[in-house]
Design a protein. Structure first.
Length: 129
């Protein structure tokens, strides 16, 4: 079995550091990708309204003004007419009360994730204080 030498170890470490540095330079940054608008966003940067049937459930989302609700960036999401509590994160991702620990890129994706998670069960209204 060949013996490890200091020169061999240092050479391998240098090669790994070079490869990691090159990968970091060529990979898009998370902040740059979060800043780019997605298909569900207006040209103004906010999420656009949607109304569709997903897996047999009607999901809707629309910007709201006023209402006094402090989360969600002025956006309301509904599943079968019941409001799904959503919140936008600082990085531009969205979470809901149903899938709180699984951020998604848009409110539409949050509604779809909630439908999948509910597995046909009705959405119970969430009393946000």
């Amino acid at each position: 079995m060949p013996e490890l030498t200091r020169r061999c170890v240092l050479g391998s470490a240098a090669a790994l550091a070079t490869a990691a540095g090159a990968q970091a330079l060529t990979a898009p940054s998370a902040s740059a990708s979060a800043a780019r608008p997605t298909a569900d966003e207006h040209h103004h940067g906010g999420p656009e309204a949607f109304d569709e049937v997903f897996r047999g459930r009607r999901i809707e989302g629309r910007p709201v003004t006023g209402g006094g609700h402090h989360h969600g960036g002025g956006y309301a999401v509904f599943i079968d007419g019941v409001e799904l509590h959503v919140m936008s994160n600082a990085d531009g991702s969205w979470i809901s009360v149903v899938s709180h620990y699984d951020p998604v890129p848009t409110p539409r994706a949050a509604a779809r994730a909630a439908v999948v998670e509910l597995q046909g069960a009705p959405l119970v209204p969430f009393a946000a204080n």
